[in-house]
Design a protein around this ligand. Structure first.
Ligand code: SF4
Ligand code: MG
Length: 318
């Protein structure tokens, strides 16, 4: 069922102006209600672009975005407004996303008043204090400023702010990548508890499969603007079928904390953002590349129900 957010882009031209590093090409995914859909890939693969396009921080060049059964592709900023509160983002660097001059309580009450999810300042403040407590920040710390908190606490505040307007869909763009490993697990657990309590759905962006292992229902692996493999968690973890997905797995034990990229991948030339290679986007780094791979882009193939892989090796096996 296409529930919350079905998004399809066609081969959009990358807009250099917006610093979109990679074109997001013909990707297609949907997030089901109450589920966690994760997009995994190295930095610059287009996963953040894809996520931001869902809430229309970036306009897709073509393709469509359907939210809760409604095509929202062409909506203006004003038309998007009532929907914006239903979709909230959590960012990698909570510090950069929190206004340093605002007290935490004001950071939380402002969107409540703006989106009118609270009718008075008093009500908003009470709600903000409850939210702070729920994410693990003492209510009396609400009068402090963001710089007075640790990285993990700031991310808790970022989560509280996202929840302030009672969203349905949370887009979490590498929410734990900047945190110490011990804190990562706490934040992931908090996100999962909140998901159940508040019936949330997540679009979760990560560069590391180990981060999404416990939380995901479905996973898409992205490389240079393409989804190269997609499936439910079980399919991706027990039967990773694209050479790039397998390379990501081989890198798992080494990835921790702030390491941002996979070290086991053959170094190869990472193609330029704007000049996408012909053929398979991964051919320059793929250990299993064949002559065909540099000429012909592999089609997506469903190797088991819901498990989709784009690689010429799959075809040759069939
Ligand atoms: Fe490797 Fe070729 Fe498959 Fe691309 S299509 S992942 S280059 S084997
Ligand atoms: Mg990113």
């Amino acid at each position: 069922p296409d529930f919350l957010s079905k998004i399809t882009f066609d081969k959009g031209r990358p807009t250099i102006k917006e610093r979109i590093v990679k074109a997001v090409n013909g990707i297609n995914f949907s997030v089901e209600k109450g589920k966690v859909f994760s997009i995994v890939g190295e930095s610059g693969c287009g996963k953040s672009t894809a996520a931001r396009t869902v809430i229309k921080l970036i306009e897709p060049k073509s393709g469509s975005i359907t939210y809760d059964g409604r095509d929202i592709t062409g909506l203006s900023r004003e038309e998007m407004l009532p929907l914006r509160k239903r979709m909230q983002m959590i960012f990698q660097d909570p510090y950069a996303s929190l206004n340093p001059r605002q007290r935490v309580l004001d950071i939380l009450t402002e969107p409540m008043l703006f989106h009118r999810t609270s009718s008075s300042l008093t009500e908003a403040r009470e709600k903000a204090m409850r939210l702070l407590k729920r994410v693990g920040i003492r209510a009396e710390q609400g009068s402090r400023y963001p710089h007075q908190f640790s990285g993990g606490q700031r991310q808790r505040i970022g989560i509280a702010r996202a929840l302030a307007v009672e969203p349905e869909l949370i887009i979490a763009d590498e929410p734990v990548s900047a945190l110490d490993v011990s804190i990562q697990a706490q934040i992931l657990n908090l996100l999962m508890d909140l998901k159940d309590e508040l019936s949330l759905s997540y679009l979760f962006i990560a560069h590391d499969l180990s981060v999404v292992k416990h939380i995901s229902d479905e996973i898409a692996v992205m490389y240079l603007g393409h989804i190269v493999e997609k499936g439910d968690k079980q399919q991706i973890f027990s039967n990773p079928s694209h050479p790039y997905t397998r390379a990501l797995f081989s890198a798992i034990p080494r990835i921790s904390g702030k390491n941002s990229d996979t070290e086991d991948l053959p170094k190869g030339e990472i193609p330029s953002a704007i000049e996408l290679p012909s053929g398979c986007p991964f051919h320059g780094r793929c250990k299993e590349a064949m002559p065909l791979c540099s000429r012909l882009r592999p089609e997506s193939q469903e190797i088991e129900p819901g498990h989709i892989v784009s690689c010429h090796l799959i075809k040759s096996k069939n």
